[in-house]
Design a protein around this ligand. Structure first.
Ligand code: NAD
Ligand code: IMJ
Length: 257
């Protein structure tokens, strides 16, 4: 298969359904010739993810709930067996309890804070460490997804904003750790996209309207645009970029007023 990712092998964590940002990334990576493995978080998602994998002629579909260390271990063993090496890892995972994503941040519970951090932030170093040994000597690339709620206050994003701040800091520390073995680590800060993770967010339509009004490009972004940037960061075209957060947000983040 031709394309600028031909010969590369990638692992994608975070496909749930057709709307998932990770699915748009998978499509772009596959189109450019990358061989892929997809994971699903639990049995409820297995059918959906297997169906999507089939659409892209991806035949490696493996379970991985990132809160279970033995599942991460098993995943990387299976990837080693299947692929022998790894060139790319996409981390597109976030979770907080729904009750934490409304009201004041101040009222965050100890448990709610821990869960958001564990699933949305700790999971990156947890998978990166195990993926890194498979990436040695292959100009590897690791990409995660973040949101501007890590740097500015977005009402209701609350504990997720704090977890994304930790995630972005992790990108920098991981870039420093893995630079010597030529593995790059970057984040894409995406504008709002209507996915399962955005469903039920209070005032989501109003947020989309405000972005279209204020962002330099006067519109919202698509999951496909995130997919294209993901393919760029996976490719050797981005060989000089590591530790960065790249905005795919129609320019919204530059605005002051
Ligand atoms: P999504 O709901 O499709 O994806 C979230 C994924 O996280 C799902 O596949 C889910 O299975 C997975 N997940 C949750 N808990 C997990 C666990 N314990 N183990 C393994 N996987 C688990 O929604 P999405 O919008 O595509 O989200 C993907 C990423 O993009 C998230 O990190 C999100 O914060 C980020 N993001 C989304 C937006 C947006 O507006 N949708 C904007 C910026 C960044
Ligand atoms: C999420 C909450 C509040 C405001 C929000 C979002 N805005 C956007 C999102 C403005 C764009 C989506 N986003 C960037 C996320 O990272 C979502 C993470 C998320 C969503 C849910 C919903 C369902 C649930 N738990 C969740 N955990 C994390 O139960």
């Amino acid at each position: 298969m031709h394309g600028f990712l031909a010969g590369k092998k990638g692992l994608i964590l975070g496909v749930a359904n057709k709307r998932s940002v990770a699915w748009a990334c998978a499509q772009a990576l596959r189109r450019e010739g990358m061989e892929l493995a997809l994971t699903y978080a639990n049995e409820r998602l297995e059918r959906s993810v297997r169906g999507l994998a089939e659409e892209l002629s991806v035949d490696t579909v493996l379970p991985c709930d990132v809160t279970k260390p033995e599942e991460i271990e098993k995943l990387m063993d299976d990837v080693r067996e299947r692929f022998g090496k790894l060139d790319f890892l996409l981390h597109a995972i976030a979770f907080a309890k729904r009750e934490e994503l409304t009201g004041t941040y101040m009222d965050v519970s100890r448990e709610g804070y821990q869960i958001a951090q564990e699933v949305s932030a700790y999971s990156l170093p947890a998978v990166a460490r195990r993926a890194a040994s498979l990436m040695e000597g292959s100009n590897g690339s690791i990409v995660t997804l973040t949101y501007i709620g890590s740097e500015r206050v977005i009402p209701n994003y609350n504990v997720m904003g704090v977890a994304k701040a930790a995630l972005e800091a992790s990108v920098r520390y991981l870039a420093h750790d893995l630079g010597p073995i030529k593995v790059r680590v970057n984040a894409i800060s995406a504008g709002p996209i209507r996915t399962l993770s955005a469903a039920g967010v209070e005032g989501f339509n109003t947020i989309l309207d405000k972005i279209a009004e204020r962002a330099p490009l006067k519109r919202n972004i698509t999951a496909e645009e995130v997919g294209e940037t993901c393919a760029f960061l996976a490719s050797d075209m981005s060989s000089g970029i590591t530790g960065s957060t790249i905005y795919v947000d129609a320019g919204y983040h530059i605005m002051g007023l």
